[in-house]
Structure formats: C-alpha cells, structure tokens
Ligand binder design. Sequence first.
Ligand SMILES: *Cc1c(COP(=O)(O)O)cnc(C)c1O
Length: 390
Amino acid sequence: MKRNLTQSVVSWKASNMWEEIASFSRFASPGERYSSLLPVQDTAMLSTLGEGNTPLIRSGYFSRELGVPELYFKLENTNPTGSFKDRIMACEISLMRQRGCRVCLGPSTGNAGAALAAYAARFGIRCYIFATENADAGKLQQMLFHGAQVQRIKGFGVSSQYTEEVFAALKQVADENGAHLVCSAFKYNALGMEAIKTISFEICEQLQDIPGSVFLPIAGGGLLSATWKGFQTFSRLGKIDRLPRMNGVQSAGCPTIVQAVQEGRAPSAQPSTTSIGALAAPFAPDGPLAVQSIVESGGWGYDPTDEEIYSAQRMLARKEGIYAEPIGAASVAGLIQAQRERGVDPEERIVCVITGHGFKDPESVARANQNGAIPSVDIGQLLQQRFLPD
Ligand SMILES: *Cc1c(COP(=O)(O)O)cnc(C)c1O
C-alpha cells in the first residue's frame, strides 16, 4: 500500500482527475501518505482518527473586499476534534504505542488537550490534562467527555516566568512516573510537531503550486515553525521551486513574537491581556524558532486587536459560511491588517489557515450574538411573516 511519495507528487500534473482523487483517498491519513517524511515509518503503529486531508477552499467575500483574487482558506477546523492539533496527537500517540508507553500528561490551553484526550481514548492510553488558568470552558468539557482527568493549574498561562516553572514541574512529574509529556511545541516534543508539516504538503498538492504568502495564528510558535519546515522539506525534495512568505498573527494583547519580528529583536516574555484564551501565551516555547521562520521566509508579524479578531471571526461566519473559533480566525484578521498597513499585491496567491472550530468556543459566539434571545412563535405569528431576500 505504501507508495513512493516522489512518484505520487510528481505525477499529479500528468494524472487525470480520477487518479488525483484516488491518490488522496487511498490513504487513511497524512501519517500514512507521507510516512517517508515523518517520524513514524512503521505504518502498523499509525494511530489515526481521520485527521488531515482538510479542504482548501477559495474565498468569496474577503477575496473581493481585500482585492485578492487568489485567496484560499485551509480548513483545519474540520479535523476530528476541531483543530490542527489532531495531526500532532496522531503522531505522538503512534510514537507512544511504538514505545509501549501507556500514560500521558498534557499541558494545554484547550485544543491540544482535547485532541490528546480523543486519541488517548481511542488507543487505550491514560490521559491527564493540566490546563491553563484561562482555558476555554468548551474545550475542557471536550477533554472530560473523552475521559481525561482534567485539572487547571493556577497562574499557568498568565505570567511567563511562572508558566515556564509549570512546564519544568510537569516534565519532572512525567519523568518520575514514566509518563509521556505531550506538549505541542518543538521545545518539548520535536517529533510530534513534525506531523504539522503535512499541512504544507497538502497545500502544495491542492494548489498544484505554492502560495506566495501564508497567514497563521501564533501562540507557542510551533505551528508556524512547523509549516515553514514543511515547505522547506518540499523545496529540498525539488517538489516546489520557490518558498512562501510566512506571516504570523497574534493578539495585540499578547504580541510576544510578532513584536519581536516588527522590532528586529529576539522575543521577550510579557504578561498577556488578551481575552482570547488560546492566544494567551506569555511564555512561547517556540518563540525564537517562529521569529526565525518568519524572518527567513521574508514574512511579517501582525497584531490585530481582540475586537478585530472577533470581527474577522464574525465575518467568516456571515460572509464565507466558515465557523471558526477566535484564534482560528486570527489569520484573516492579520491579512486585513496587512492590506490596511502595507498593501497586498493583487497578483499574490494567499492562504489563510483556519486553525480551530467555532464549536470550540460557544461563549465567544454567544457574545457576538449579543446573547440574543430567540423568540418563540405560534402558527398564527408564523403565517403573518413576510420573507425577503437581502
Ligand atoms: C494551538 C493552536 C494555535 C497555535 O499554535 P502554536 O503552535 O501554539 O503557535 C492556533 N490555533 C489553534 C486553533 C490552536 O489550537
């Protein structure tokens, strides 16, 4: 079943549509499709819930509004647990099963823990999650529902020095207990993070080319660094002949990495004031790596306000039909800022990665709906209504 990747990628241009569709659907997961480029080569150990192979769709509204005819959304919110973290956890759980390890500990602002809990549930691994103080309630419920033991750690994710101490303490108890510490950062789990490269592989295959620019949200910095690595890998293999510019987006309430890019210096820790829990990463484990990736690629850092991010989230839902959580819409808020402040070349092909699902954070949606009450009507009231198009 395992097919030579070089063949499968090079042949896309020559192949007809049915072969193309077959080549995507023949593999259960990107872990299998790209196994020769990933840490787990023994496909018998691959632990999948059907992650990856996410759609790349063309934008309508934002494409017109921003004057970018070739604007695409990579819908990572369609992964099994609702975020790209599934790609990492599929790989981490595969590695654990290879080693015969049966207990994992996961620090999380929400999505990493939810993904870990789901994959652990499916593959018989005991899962303990240590959530940041401001982790989103919906994500905590998701972890509990998958049977994980969940605790919040006071002050975790709020102050940078304390957060670093929490990571050290978690590493210590994990080692003492023979448990695997699963954290979605190169600094702690370099192997699992490799699996994120499959986002870039898929984008290249879906476009049958590369984008000029990619926009991604940044918390710890691993996502952006790994997608950059993915494009570099394809370049090294001769599958693409240019590289995209990588643009990182954080909230103005916690711009640890993008401010470093803007000011041409190393990232420094600072307290977070953003109301978007998933963007509150005062201690970014992969900060230096993310800065390096952005600079090396010729990209830039953007820091829209929380309100601008909520607005992008709302317009994605209203005008594009895409249901994203706030951090999942941050890439679009970053592109809007880029267009406003620096201008975007209308010829440029741009991909915004939509990283997480709207179902994840129902509170942000209720707030945007102004907690609007939904009226109850009877048949008489129904019959009196008139319905008009916009
Ligand atoms: C984790 C996460 C991010 C940020 O990824 P980092 O590797 O921490 O920078 C972005 N969006 C969503 C939905 C996430 O779950």
